[in-house]
Design a protein around this ligand. Structure first.
Ligand SMILES: [Zn+2]
Length: 476
């Protein structure tokens, strides 16, 4: 018996010892080189092998250049063992069927812009620390890590950098390694910006991710980015204009998260800013789309990006190193998990509230137009799990999108109805409302997206819930 226990202790501590940090696994310190996509996946496979009870990988698609899109689920052995039950329990909670939140769910998405290359490096270190020094936070938190949303773009950047780099990295901003040529790594294979594609889902990476995202609808989603080399770090709370469908809780929790990050940044004297530049309005980003799906959705921005390489002098003559950039993203990622760990119940209750909000004062969008356009729109709605129906014959009054006046219209089976009296009602409202209310004329970029205009359809906004018949394709 004693021998058996000794053997058990020995084998447990051996498996513990076999869990390698990214530096041990890769053979270089993080920040000394850019890690290639296949090596990143190998590292996550290593985590899943060494901590099979705590880490599960899921391949969810392939890029245009056939690179694998993968997420890692990190939790306690208990959480990982009943992953599917946790998922369905969480979704039924959001649908108001129960209020029992087993775990808080945090989704960390890295490197949607491929040449903002620090993020994937940070993903590896974050995962390692969650399994070692910060494992207590997994006690009631499930962390979903997507180490690279845009592997084709990132590999394009990393390959280019490795081809032009010097034996000793050149911090002089005039050096060749700081001038990435077209076609940069920011976009995917087809030069699409995946950070503007969450709603439109025109790209294969977005379609695959959205399918998985909708199976989880996490409490918190972070989209890791980089900005110009001279900028200090940005984290939540977001800047105005903030869309009116962002709840007070979502705003307040962004502030709470920001304060937690600030605590860590202050202790290291790292510079940062909040409430500037990065707003929360256009719904197709990696921060706003999750927000309109009940999450605390945020972007975190490190200074660096495709210009920075392994080290570059900023305008103050200070070196901005990849090592520092990694440290900052690891810190905010971990601080986010900590806040989820501390606020599990609050996050669960407020996410449930968010999905109920649109059903309290429901409204209906009544659409008509070319069958092909309607068809394309219904395909988009399917991807977002927004339900729709065919109208019953009736006379209805509402806001006419083409004339901006109130109109009375006879509707029937050729009209498509989208009511906000549904689970994804708030998202439907954000996407279909004729215009978004602006609290500030200075916006980050896109301010107009209303789906009836985008799909060239006639539309009427009726201020009540209209029920219809099951929709049949190819209405004309
Ligand atoms: Zn970016």
């Amino acid at each position: 018996m004693r021998q058996l226990s000794l053997l058990l202790i020995l084998s447990v501590s051996l498996s513990w010892a076999q869990l390698q940090s990214p530096a041990d696994f890769l053979g270089y310190e993080l920040g000394d080189a850019f890690t290639r996509h296949h090596e990143v996946l190998s590292y996550f496979e290593h985590l899943a092998e060494q901590r099979s009870s705590q880490v599960v990988l899921q391949a969810y698609g392939k890029t245009n250049e056939r690179r694998e899109l993968t997420v890692a689920y990190l939790g306690t052995a208990e959480t990982i063992a009943k992953l599917d039950a946790i998922r369905s329990n969480h979704l039924s909670g959001l649908k108001g069927e129960n209020s029992d939140a087993a775990v808080a769910i945090v989704w960390l998405s890295y490197n949607v812009h491929g040449n903002e290359s620090v993020s994937t490096e940070a993903a590896m270190q974050t995962a390692y620390e969650l399994l070692t020094s910060r494992s207590a936070w997994l006690e009631n938190t499930l962390v979903i890590i997507d180490p690279c949303i845009n592997p084709d773009g990132r590999e394009r950047y990393v390959n280019w950098y490795n081809q032009v780099k010097n034996r000793h990295p050149q911090p002089d901003p005039n050096s060749a390694e700081h001038f990435e040529p077209w076609h940069s790594g920011r976009t995917n294979h087809y030069v699409f910006d995946l950070n503007r594609d969450w709603v439109w889902t025109t790209q294969t990476e977005s379609k695959a991710r959205l399918k998985l995202y909708n199976q989880w609808l996490p409490h918190i989603h972070v989209d890791f980015h980089e900005q110009g080399v001279d900028s200090p770090y940005y984290f939540a709370p977001a800047a105005e204009p903030i869309h009116e469908e962002v709840s007070q809780f979502q705003r307040d929790f962004q502030t709470d998260l920001g304060r937690n990050h600030a605590k860590y940044f202050d202790s290291k004297a790292w510079l940062y800013f909040t409430k500037e530049r990065f707003d929360l309005l256009y719904p197709s980003y990696g921060d706003s789309y999750p927000t309109f799906n009940g999450a605390i959705g945020m972007t975190y921005e490190q200074g660096g990006g495709g210009r920075a390489g392994l080290v570059i002098y900023n305008r103050d003559g200070d070196p901005v190193t990849l090592k520092d950039r990694i440290d900052h993203h690891v810190t905010t990622g971990l601080s986010t998990v900590e806040m989820a760990y501390l606020n599990k119940q609050k996050l669960a209750e407020n996410a449930q509230e968010y999905f109920k909000a649109s059903t309290k004062a429901p409204q209906t969008y009544v659409l008509s137009g070319k069958a092909a356009n309607i068809q394309q729109l219904t395909e988009l709605l399917d991807r977002h799990q927004i339900t729709y129906s065919s109208a019953k014959e009736a006379l209805v009054t509402g806001f006419d999108y083409q004339t901006s006046t109130q109109k009375r219209v006879a509707i029937g089976k050729n009209h498509l109805l989208i009511s906000t009296n549904q689970f994804k009602g708030t998202l439907a409202k954000v996407l279909f409302d004729p215009s978004a209310k602006l609290t500030d004329s200075l916006t980050y970029d896109i301010t107009s997206w209303s789906l009836p205009y985008a799909y060239d359809l006639r539309a009427l906004l009726v201020s009540k819930d209209l029920s219809g018949d099951p929709y049949k394709a190819a209405i004309s």
